[in-house]
Write a protein that binds this ligand. Structure first.
Ligand SMILES: C[S@@+](CC[C@H](N)C(=O)[O-])C[C@H]1O[C@@H](n2cnc3c(N)ncnc32)[C@H](O)[C@@H]1O
Length: 306
């Protein structure tokens, strides 16, 4: 009995099929006259079922094998592409490659310039921010886990009166997912939840926040400025959460000692999976002499070309 059929539109009139037996052995090649084109769905792809009706296939051998009104086949190959669909697929591919390349360019820029230069970049062309976030969303879809979801779960467990500052909030998904007061900061306001600013200088009073978060937002070459700003707005004993890509840390210990040098104390460390780490600090000192502050460094996170 035939179980599979590979098919291809030979021309407007004919359907070329290869019939396979149960053991996937090729049994026959056939060209079938097509009487009713409207019954052939050109979008049929690899594993969709296709009912090849007897009316469509004036093929004696098929009739002999199955005595039903229609015969079920497994589609193995999609129909040969027309010139138009080929060129639109090519245009899609080129557009995808270009937006991927632009995303990688903006991403690299953000990791390797100062936040002042990033502000300039986005103020000259705010569309770059949209492009960046389109690309970032695509990256997130490929991850088995999005640390932002862990952050949301963490905040949901906090007392409802807790005040949070989300530094580098992106689309402010945290603020939209929890009942708490969340101040969300990013270079560009993509919606009404976001306050546009450089997070090294946010419009919040000193010691006005209980929890500060950096969720994958430690970009730029002046990371220490962000931690100093977080220290300013956090109340003493307030919490600072850092969700990062583990491979950005040359060593966890040296990163922790850099953050601790400006007044924080590590209170929690959790690897979310092989990719991401969740570090929790408490604010121990509101001020530290500059001479004892270390610089804070992380490796840039550069995405590979696919
Ligand atoms: C990788 S995205 C992550 C966004 C969000 N936290 C999330 O987890 O979905 C990093 C965000 O941090 C923002 N960011 C980085 N440095 C910043 C700065 N100095 N000031 C404001 N936003 C900054 C970027 O613009 C970007 O939107």
């Amino acid at each position: 009995m035939f179980t599979n059929v590979e098919w291809d539109v030979e021309d407007d009139e004919k359907l070329h099929i290869s019939l396979f037996g149960k053991k996937k052995k090729k049994m026959k090649d056939k060209s079938i006259k097509v009487h009713d084109h409207s019954s052939i769905d050109p979008s049929l792809t690899k594993v969709k079922k296709f009912k090849l009706s007897k009316r469509l296939a004036g093929d004696k051998s098929i009739k002999a094998k199955k005595d039903k009104k229609s015969v079920d086949f497994q589609i193995v190959e999609s129909p040969r592409k027309t010139k138009e669909s080929k060129s639109s697929a090519l245009a899609d591919k080129v557009a995808k490659k270009m937006s991927g390349a632009r995303f990688r360019w903006i991403n690299e820029k953000l990791y390797t310039c100062t936040s002042t230069d990033a502000v300039k970049l986005f103020s000259e062309d705010p569309h770059l921010f949209t492009l960046y976030h389109q690309g970032f969303r695509e990256q997130v879809h490929q991850w088995p886990l999005n640390p932002l979801e862990n952050l949301i779960e963490y905040v949901r467990g906090l007392p409802p009166q807790t005040i949070i500052a989300d530094f580098g909030c992106g689309e402010a998904k945290l603020a939209q997912s929890v009942p708490h007061t969340v101040h969300s900061f990013d270079f560009v306001a993509v919606n009404e939840y976001v306050t546009p600013c450089d997070m090294s200088n946010v419009p919040l009073d000193d010691s006005s926040v209980d929890v500060g978060v950096f969720c994958l937002s430690l970009m730029g070459t002046n990371l220490v400025d962000y931690f100093i700003e977080a220290r300013r707005v956090l109340r003493l004993k307030g919490t600072l959460k850092v969700y990062e890509i583990q491979s950005r840390l040359s060593s966890i210990d040296s990163f922790v000692s850099q953050v601790e040098s400006i007044g924080f104390k590590l209170t929690g460390k959790k690897c979310l999976n092989k990719l991401f780490i969740d570090l929790e600090f408490k604010l121990r000192k509101k001020s530290v002499p500059c001479s004892s502050c270390k610089d804070i460094t992380l490796k840039p996170c550069l995405y590979k070309r696919r």
